[in-house]
Design a protein around this ligand. Sequence first.
Ligand SMILES: [Zn+2]
Ligand SMILES: [Zn+2]
Length: 148
Amino acid sequence: MPTIAEARTTWTATVRFTPGSYLKTRRTAQLLSVHDVAARIATHPHLPEHDLVAWLERIEADVVPASIHTIDALRSVYRFDRSVLDSLAAIARGERDPIHTPRICRICACSWRCSCRRDGEECGWVAGQDLCTACEQRAVPSTGAAAE
Ligand SMILES: [Zn+2]
Ligand SMILES: [Zn+2]
């Protein structure tokens, strides 16, 4: 099976991510709370200092768009693909056809430029699904020893 990076750009949009839900899913996949993120970007210039948590929640709810400074600050805290975020923002603004939604894992929101690595192995796509192999076992409830 090719890794996500080898498969590069493919389109399979079963979950309609928005810029905010994409950022939120990447954050939670890396086991960070909004409080964790707020604490780590609190010293960043160009960001509103009052109530960072509420402000991050508004970005994740697509109430306000993330500025370039915000995106830079967030990228210093957790991994996400800026080109995927740009694509989703363009779709949200109606400037890009949703058919060209980048393929994004529905569980962890990884993508070909931002794939998962576990034990030195990169994830791949589960055939025909917006699901990566790193998340496959979590997505499908185990039925016991049958699959071993
Ligand atoms: Zn995944
Ligand atoms: Zn993955």
